[in-house]
Write a protein that binds this ligand. Structure first.
Ligand code: SAM
Length: 253
């Protein structure tokens, strides 16, 4: 049975689209997409030999070698322009993910791609910021918990530039956040915490940010034992970050 995390990603994929799953590891997601008839065929991309072999084996075991092509290579380099409609990338850091997307974009590998389903493990703000920069509409987001881990899934579309600009301006309009002391940070807060997640905050959203607050608090406490000047500066930054998160959570409650 597919994990709740991968299931959620699968449900965002537009039925009938041509999909590439990049960093596919065991190719569980594309195998599921084909087996559930959501898509007819797919490409699984893998950089590393171990996961690449695992993806090949999984594909063969599922009897899907004619429908699922497993390709070895870095990021989107495994794709030909115009070959797929949807790209999924899941289970890696947001910084690596936005790097893969940017390289792919520069190489023209995203030409013709209309949909992205992205699940960064950390550093979601890098992904949102890349989407904004390269003219993708962040249409929806979700947050879920599984096995004591919390995941965010981002769903983005490519439309005509003017429409994306207009709709993203609405998505990233921070005026619904009434922050007494951090109002000017609205845009950065939306990129970090998720504009859609913030508008309809679920229990797990509060749980995630309470956990982040606790983590930052512990780091600051540990740093208090060091009297290096650099630590002072970092501590100040972390405290500031905590105060912004606290204020956002308060304003949502
Ligand atoms: N996508 C699967 C999931 O969400 O369950 C697997 C996630 S796994 C933690 C991350 C995978 O990305 C690894 O198999 C790794 O080899 C692969 N990977 C890392 N960097 C990559 C890159 N630049 N191009 C392609 N695959 C990459």
């Amino acid at each position: 049975k597919l994990s709740k995390r991968l299931q959620t990603i699968a449900e965002f994929v537009t039925p009938g689209s041509r999909v590439a799953d990049i960093g596919s590891d065991h190719a569980l997601l594309p195998v599921y997409l084909i087996q559930s008839s959501r898509v007819q065929s797919a490409i699984a991309g893998e950089l590393n030999p171990g996961p690449f072999e695992a993806a090949r084996k999984q594909t063969a075991d599922a009897g899907l070698t004619s429908k699922l092509q497993v390709r070895r290579g870095d990021g989107l380099s495994v794709l030909q322009p115009g070959e797929v409609d949807t790209v999924t990338i899941a289970g890696m850091g947001g910084s690596l993910m936005s790097g893969i997307l940017e390289e792919g974009y520069l190489a023209g590998k995203l030409d013709g791609v209309k949909e992205l389903v992205l699940q960064p493990n950390v550093g979601e703000e890098f992904v949102r910021s890349w989407l904004l920069k390269r003219g993708w509409l962040l249409a929806e987001e979700t947050i879920l918990e599984e096995d004591d881990k919390i995941y965010e899934v981002l769903h983005a579309f490519k439309y005509e530039e003017a429409e994306v600009l207009k709709r993203n301006a609405e998505v990233y309009d921070a005026s619904f956040l009434t922050l007494p002391t951090h109002q000017e940070k609205g845009a950065a807060i939306l990129e970090k915490m998720g504009p859609h997640l913030l508008r309809e905050p679920k229990e797990v959203f509060f749980k995630k940010w309470q956990f982040e607050l606790d983590k930052l608090g512990k780091i600051v406490a540990q740093m208090s034992q060091s009297d290096l000047e650099q630590a002072e500066l970092k501590k100040k930054q972390f405290r500031e970050e905590m105060s912004v998160i606290e204020e956002v959570l308060q304003c949502l409650q």
